[in-house]
Design a protein around this ligand. Structure first.
Ligand code: NAD
Length: 262
């Protein structure tokens, strides 16, 4: 098939489900060959389905973004298969929610390790490949409303996402001379397994909410009056990865219906 991203190679992490699967679907739908990476091995089946639907060479790989060996394997597979790399979407992320006194060192490390260190490792490998090919490239990092303002009971998640903004700005400055732009996208509330967990655990800590009630209350406060969709996020990324966005770098862009305006 031919589309806006035909003959472009895109790596999406955390692509087995949720927003990452939505992003991979839209890039493949526009003709890109997508390497879908996830710590969950079901990504291989999701990629097979998507390759069949889109007629692209889309592939899935079970790999953990916190492992330098797994990350090296993922980017070697993309380069060996397609001989180029155009876009990296650093989407993989995790959250846990707990009171400060219950927040374990392991939970702190895990969230920082996936959300911030994983983003660094993948960006480093992607930038090396993009530089080798000399065609520039796009690195897109998942931030969050929590990259704008920390919420209660998630200091580690907020730290990891604020950290991602700093990483985005620093890499944008370093990689500009190679025509590699680096931007971040900040979803607000998007339906996913992560949000089901947030609704249940924040709901339990913040009051006596029935399932779905806390999310409904927060969505009611969104100026544009609804939760975000996977496509809302993917549309921004298709733009940021396009030639029309070549003059945008170092930015964190909210895609949240107006939940945050800073
Ligand atoms: P999700 O939990 O539904 O999916 C996350 C995916 O990342 C899963 O497939 C999981 O297996 C994968 N993953 C986790 N750890 C990994 C690792 N070490 N290596 C590789 N893959 C790993 O989450 P989602 O809601 O789709 O969120 C996607 C991104 O968007 C995350 O970075 C999240 O922080 C961010 N975000 C989501 C929302 C929202 O409303 N859902 C809001 C703000 C930010």
């Amino acid at each position: 098939m031919t589309g806006r991203y035909t003959e472009r190679v895109v790596v999406v992490t955390g692509a087995a489900r949720g927003i990452g699967l939505g992003i991979a679907s839209r890039f493949a739908g526009e003709g890109a060959d997508v390497l879908m990476v996830d710590a969950d091995g079901s990504v291989v089946d999701r990629a097979r389905d998507l390759a069949a639907e889109s007629g692209t060479g889309t592939l899935g790989l079970r790999a953990d973004v916190t492992s330098p060996e797994d990350v090296a394997r993922a980017f070697a597979l993309a380069e060996d298969t397609w001989g180029r790399l155009d876009v990296l979407v650093n989407n993989a992320g995790v959250i846990t929610i707990s009171r400060l006194e219950d927040l374990t060192h392991d939970a702190w490390q895990k969230v920082l390790s996936v959300n911030t260190t994983g983003t660094f490792l993948c960006a480093q490998a992607a930038a090396a490949a993009m530089r080798r090919h000399g065609r520039g490239g796009r690195i897109l990092n998942a931030a969050s409303g929590q990259a704008r303002q920390g919420f209660v009971y998630t200091p580690h998640y907020a730290a990891s996402k604020f950290g991602g903004v700093g990483l985005t700005q620093s890499l944008a400055k370093e990689l500009a001379k190679d025509r590699i732009t680096v931007n971040a996208y900040a979803p607000g509330i998007v339906g996913s397994d992560m949000w089901d967990y947030n609704d249940r655990v924040w709901g339990g800590l913040l009051g006596t909410y029935e399932p779905g009630e806390l999310m409904a209350e927060w969505i009611a406060g969104i100026p544009l009056g609804r939760a975000g969709t996977h496509d809302d996020i993917a549309h921004l990324l298709l733009f940021l990865a396009s030639p029309e966005a070549e003059y945008i770098t170092g930015q964190t862009i909210n895609v949240d219906g107006g939940m945050f305006m800073n």
